[in-house]
Design a protein around this ligand. Structure first.
Ligand code: UDX
Ligand code: UDX
Length: 466
C-alpha cells in the first residue's frame, strides 16, 4: 500500500526539530509542515517577525524561515491538532541524561518521548508514520511501538495503524543547514517497506538515492550512538596527545597534520581544544556505557567511559594551567573570556567547556568579563548559576558587548570558542588596554600567538611548549 505524506507534524521545536523541518519544508513545497512545542516562548520566538529573534542561531536558517514560514512551514503550541492532521509525525523532543532513579547519570530520560508517543496514539488518525528523530537508546522504537499499540487498544472507535521508523539526525550545530541540505548519508531504520518508502520519498526531493541507507531499526538507532562515540573518541585522542606535546616539546598542530594526512585516519575531527561540548556527545556515550553494562559487556562500557573521563580531565587540566601561570592566585585579577558557546556559529551552550572553566576561575576569586557574539547574558547566568554582575569573595562576572570591553584592564585573555572574529585579534591594540604582565591562553589555537608575543604578552598555546 502506498503511503502518501501531505502533512507532517514535528513534536519539538529545538535545535534539531526546527532546522530539520525548515529544510524539509523548503524542499517539499507540496507538504505542509507543522512544528509544535509545549514551550510557548520558543514558539513565539519562531514566529517573531524580526528574524534575529529566532530561538536558535544557525547560519542560513533565517533565509529559509523567511521563504517558508506561513507558506508550508508553521510553528504552534497546538500539539493535538498538529498530530491529528498529520500523515507523518517526527519525535524531536529532548532526551537528557536521567538525574534520578535507575540509570541516573547514564541512561537517557525518555519521559518526553513516552509522553509524546501517548499523545500520538491518542490523537493520530489513520495510517500514521512515527519517526524517531531524537537520539535514543537502542530498542526505544520497540517501546514506542508498544505504547502506540496499547493506547490504540483503548480506543473504542476508530483504530489507527502506526509504523515506527528510526531516522537519526547527523547535523552538527553551526553547520546544520548545510549538513541537512548536503548529508553524507540519510539513515532510515524500520521494518515496514511502505513506511520506509514514504519517508525516503521526502528525502528524494533533494538527496540522491544512493545516499539513503535502509537498515533494521536497531542498526539505525545504534549507528547514531556509535557515530557520535567515534567522533568524540577522536577528540579525546587528540586532546590526550596535546598534553604529551606540552610535556615533550612536540607541537600538536604538526602532529595532528601528520596523523590526518594518513588516508586511513583522515584529517577531520583532529582539532585539539578544551574538550568537546554540545548536547549529544556526552549523553550518547553515557547511553552506550549504560547499554553495554546492561548487556553485561563491562569491558566495553569501561572503554567508552574513558573517552568521557579524558574529556573532563582536559577541561580541568586547562583550568589548573591557567591558575598556575597567573602566579597561583586569581584574587583581584580580571580575566577576559572570549567565547562561551560550545563551538562557533551557534548560541548553544549545553555542556560547553566554558562553563566548567569559568566556574573554576570564579572559585579562585577571578573577575571575569565574558564576550560571546551570540550567547545572551541571561544564558551565561543560567549556566554559571549566578547572576550578571554577581560579586562575592569567590569572584564575579560581567558580560561584555565587544572584545575590547572584555579585554580592558585584564590580566589575561582566554580564547575558549573558535569564533571567526577571534582569529584576527588586534594584539597591538589589545596589549595597550591589558594590565601587565599580560597573558593569552589560546585553547583553540586560532590566533596569531607570535603577534601577541611581539607586543609583550605571555602566551600559553594548547598542545605546544612555546
Ligand atoms: C535533539 C534531540 O531531540 C536529542 O535527542 C538529541 O540528542 C539532541 O538534539 P534538541 O533539538 O537539541 O534535541 O533539543 P532542544 O533544543 O531541547 O529541543 C527539544 C524541544 O522539545 C524543546 O523545545 C521542548 O520544549 C520540546 N518538548 C519537549 C515538547 O515540545 N514536548 C515535550 O513533551 C517535551
Ligand atoms: C555532533 C555530531 O557531529 C553530529 O553528527 C550529531 O548529530 C550531533 O553531535 P555537534 O555536537 O552539534 O554535532 O557539533 P560538533 O561539530 O560535532 O562538535 C562537538 C564538540 O566537539 C564541540 O565542542 C567542538 O568544539 C568539539 N570539537 C570538534 C573539537 O574539539 N575538535 C574537533 O576536531 C571537532
Amino acid at each position: 500500500m502506498k503511503l502518501v505524506v501531505k502533512t507532517i507534524c514535528c513534536i519539538g521545536a529545538g535545535y534539531v526539530g526546527g532546522p530539520t523541518m525548515a529544510v524539509i519544508a523548503d524542499n517539499c513545497p507540496d507538504i505542509q509542515v507543522h512544528v509544535v512545542d509545549i514551550n510557548e516562548k520558543r514558539i513565539k520566538d519562531w514566529n517573531d517577525s524580526n528574524l534575529s529573534n529566532l530561538p536558535i542561531y544557525e547560519p542560513g536558517l533565517e533565509n529559509i524561515i523567511e521563504r517558508c514560514r506561513g507558506e508550508n512551514l508553521h510553528f504552534s503550541t497546538d500539539v493535538e491538532r498538529a498530530i491529528s492532521d498529520a500523515d507523518m509525525i517526527f519525535l524531536s523532543v529532548n532526551t537528557p541524561t536521567k538525574t534520578k532513579g535507575i540509570g541516573a547519570g547514564q541512561a537517557s530520560d525518555l519521559k518526553w518521548i513516552e509522553k509524546s508517543a501517548r499523545q500520538v496514539a491518542k490523537y493520530a488518525r489513520g495510517n500514521s508514520i512515527v519517526v524517531e528523530k531524537s537520539t535514543l537508546p537502542v530498542k526505544t522504537a520497540e517501546t514506542i511501538q508498544k505504547i502506540l499499540n496499547t493506547e490504540n487498544d483503548k480506543k473504542d472507535n476508530q483504530q489507527s495503524n502506526f509504523y515506527v521508523l528510526s531516522n537519526p539526525e547527523f547535523l552538527a550545530e553551526g553547520s546544520a543547514i548545510n549538513d541537512l541540505i548536503y548529508p553524507d548519508r540519510v539513515l532510515i531504520g524500520g521494518d515496514n517497506d511502505d513506511a520506509i518508502s514514504a519517508l525516503e520519498s521526502i528525502y528524494l526531493n533533494w538527496v540522491a538515492k544512493e545516499k539513503i541507507i535502509k537498515t533494521n531499526l536497531w542498526s539505525s538507532e545504534l549507528s547514531k550512538l556509535a557515530a557520535n562515540a567515534f567522533l568524540a573518541q577522536r577528540i579525546s585522542s587528540i586532546n590526550s596527545i596535546s598534553a604529551l606535546c606540552e610535556a615533550t616539546g612536540a607541537d600538536i598542530g604538526e602532529v595532528s597534520k601528520a596523523i590526518g594526512m594518513d588516508n586511513r585516519i583522515g584529517s577531520k575531527f583532529l582539532k585539539p581544544g578544551p574538550g568537546f561540548g554540545g548536547s549529544c556527545f556526552k549523553k550518547d556515550i553515557l547511553n552506550l556505557v549504560y547499554i553495554a553494562n546492561y548487556y553485561g559487556l563491562n569491558e566495553l562500557a569501561k572503554y567508552w567511559q574513558q573517552v568521557l573521563d579524558l574529556n573532563k580531565w582536559q577541561n580541568r587540566r586547562i583550568s589548573k594551567i591557567i591558575i598556575k601561570n597567573l602566579f597561583g592566585t586569581l584574587y583581584e585579577k580580571k580575566i577576559a573570556i572570549l567565547g562561551f558557546a560550545f563551538k562557533a556559529e551557534t548560541n548553544d551552550t549545553r555542556e560547553s567547556p566554558a562553563i566548567n572553566i569559568c566556574k573554576d576561575l570564579l572559585e579562585e576569586g577571578a573577575h571575569l568579563s565574558i564576550y560571546d557574539p551570540k550567547v545572551s547574558s541571561f544564558q551565561i547566568s543560567t549556566d554559571l548559576g549566578c547572576s550578571h554582575n554577581y560579586k562575592s569573595k569567590e569572584g564575579s562576572w560581567i558580560s561584555c558587548d565587544s572584545i575590547e570591553d572584555a579585554a580592558y584592564n585584564s590580566d589575561a585573555i582566554i580564547i575558549i570558542t573558535e569564533w571567526e572574529e577571534f582569529r584576527t585579534l588586534d594584539w597591538e591594540k589589545l596589549s595597550q588596554v591589558m594590565r601587565f604582565p599580560a597573558w593569552l591562553f589560546d585553547l583553540r589555537r586560532i590566533t596569531n600567538v607570535e603577534k601577541a608575543r611581539e607586543f609583550g604578552i605571555n602566551v600559553w598555546n594548547l598542545g605546544a611548549t612555546g
